[in-house]
Ligand binder design. Structure first.
Ligand code: NDP
Ligand code: 8X3
Length: 252
């Protein structure tokens, strides 16, 4: 029986790479994002794959409800929901941050993930199977200067994932949280509001994770036997580790 993956934020980065790996492994796909042209390009590239594509802003509750209620019969039994759509905006300290950026991150990374999950869960539970993979981040566990609201949204993703597991006890539905570190995608260009030079500097002299690295992990999670639930995967590139605690010292 052919399986179906529903991937939010599939127009670039991790979402695109995940869509590719599932397409290459014979899955049907539901792909969504706000950029219609990118969705069209993916469908052209994988013209032999059964893809249902939907332009949807996950932060808009009505759009999400319409996306899920509008799934065609061929694509309404979801085996994998990959809650990947998300973003960071800005890296200023909290006292200088733009409140609009904070709201957008909360609306997308928290509310969007909640809307899609809530809309798809009843069918998964009634079928007694399915897998929700949430895209968290190391920023949800490890604070860093400028991480403020972004990190806090990913901490929500981590605890929401755990609590979903508690609620889904006995239903057969699996939940995993993938928490990547430094990875090169459009993430930093978005974070710095289109400033490519600033974005490139993030990866300068590093060998970051690639979207393909993350896609392989997500695919691997789905291939565990049905009685196995990987709760959480934290992954960093070798070039990344922790800094010492920052200690402010008084000047004499
Ligand atoms: P990209 O910017 O390359 O991709 C982000 C995706 O999210 C795009 O497809 C974008 O689609 C989609 N998206 C953003 N906002 C919305 C919205 N309101 N509605 C629908 N789709 C939306 O970044 P990544 O691939 O790196 O990021 C994917 C996820 O991984 C995010 O949740 C991010 O927080 C997380 N992450 C990234 C890391 C990194 O270092 N790159 C590390 C750890 C986690 P569109 O613009 O077409 O709507
Ligand atoms: C993205 C990783 O460390 O840039 O989630 O916040 S980080």
């Amino acid at each position: 029986m052919t399986k179906t993956a529903f991937i939010t934020g599939s127009t670039s980065g991790f979402g695109w790479a995940c869509a590719e790996i599932f397409a290459e492994n014979g899955w049907n796909l539901v792909l969504s994002g706000r950029r219609e042209e990118r969705l069209r390009q993916f469908c052209e590239k994988y013209s032999d794959v059964k893809i249902h594509r939907v332009v949807c802003d996950v932060s808009k509750r009505r759009e999400v409800e319409a996306m899920v209620s509008g799934l065609p019969d061929s694509h309404n039994e979801i085996d994998l929901l990959l809650n990947n759509a998300g973003l960071a905006l800005g890296m200023n300290p909290a006292q200088d941050a733009d409140l609009d950026d904070w709201e957008t991150m909360v609306d997308t990374n928290i509310k969007g993930l909640m809307y899609v999950t809530r809309a798809l869960l009843p069918t998964m539970v009634s079928r007694g199977c399915g897998h929700i993979v949430n895209m968290g981040s190391i920023a949800g566990s490890w604070p860093y200067p400028g991480g403020n609201t972004y990190g806090a949204t990913k901490a929500f993703v981590a605890q929401f994932s755990n609590n979903l597991r508690a609620d889904l006890h006995g239903t057969g539905v699996r939940v995993s949280n993938v928490e990547p570190g430094l990875a090169e995608s459009e993430f930093s260009v978005v974070r710095f509001h289109g400033d490519k030079e600033k974005a490139d500097a993030v990866y300068d002299g590093t060998e970051p994770l690639t979207p393909q690295d993350i896609a392989e992990i997500v695919y691997w999670l789905t291939q565990r036997p049905p009685h196995v639930n990987i709760n959480r995967v934290e992954v960093m590139p070798v070039c990344q580790s922790w800094a010492p605690f920052a200690i402010h010292r008084k000047k004499e």
